[in-house]
Write a protein that binds this ligand. Structure first.
Ligand code: TMP
Length: 209
């Protein structure tokens, strides 16, 4: 794999998407070619699955169905966007990836982790991120932020209740603890600039080979 795969993870209202754009601008400023993409999504087929996942009644899918739909989207995304970009040496910045399935469907939703292990082995294989930035915030604050900027769409997970979001945060922290080399927990409770500074510090070592 010639390129560098970096993923952004975290609960709702962490400012992940803003931070991804800021990092992309930093890389562009240094002449490093990168693509910005997201999950579920990134291809027209996966975006169609996203619409099914992020809208409607919070209980419309079981956690297992959500895992399968996310992995269907991920399979398309990996084959058509992520692997081709990495193979020509690009930096790939991805807003969410398989850790979101572990945290949302597994730790928070109760999906059997063995199913998620099997899906990850079959679909992701060796295309694992070199670095995963886990943006961390108290879910009370995160949900407030998410609500403040909401336009009433794509809020199915925001409506799942505080306990779900507390399990979610604990799940992301467990993932970080289990893989400290790959994952960096970034405090996302401060300003956009503070969070950006922490992210730049975490990414910097990767820019020098
Ligand atoms: P976003 O709002 O960060 O773009 O993400 C869309 C929603 O999808 C978010 O609420 C988290 C959720 N999600 C999962 O539940 N499982 C997954 O595997 C992914 C990628 C996202």
């Amino acid at each position: 794999m010639a390129g560098t795969f970096v993923t952004f993870e975290g609960g709702e209202g962490t400012g992940k998407s803003t931070q991804l754009k800021l990092l992309a601008a930093t890389l562009a400023g240094r002449g490093i070619p990168c693509i910005q993409t997201r999950e579920p999504g990134g291809t027209p087929e996966a975006e169609a699955l996203r619409t099914l996942l992020v809208n409607g009644d919070p209980g419309r899918w079981t956690a297992e169905a959500e895992a399968l739909l996310n992995y269907a989207a991920r399979s398309s995304h990996l084959e058509k966007i992520i692997r081709p970009a990495l193979s020509i040496g690009k930096f790939v910045l991805c807003d969410r990836f398989s850790d979101s399935t572990r945290a949302y469907q597994g730790y928070a939703g109760g999906c059997d982790m063995k199913l998620l292990d099997a899906l990850e082995a079959a679909i992701v294989g060796s295309t694992r991120p070199a670095l995963t930035l886990i943006l961390d915030i108290d879910p009370v604050k995160g949900l407030e932020r998410a609500k403040a900027r909401a336009d009433g769409s794509e809020d199915r997970y925001e409506r799942k209740g505080l306990e779900f979001h507390q399990r979610l945060r604990a799940g992301f922290l467990k993932i970080a603890e289990a893989e400290p080399k790959r994952c960096r927990v970034i405090d996302a409770s401060g300003s956009v600039d503070d969070t950006n500074a922490s992210i730049r510090a975490a990414v910097e070592p990767m820019l020098h080979g």
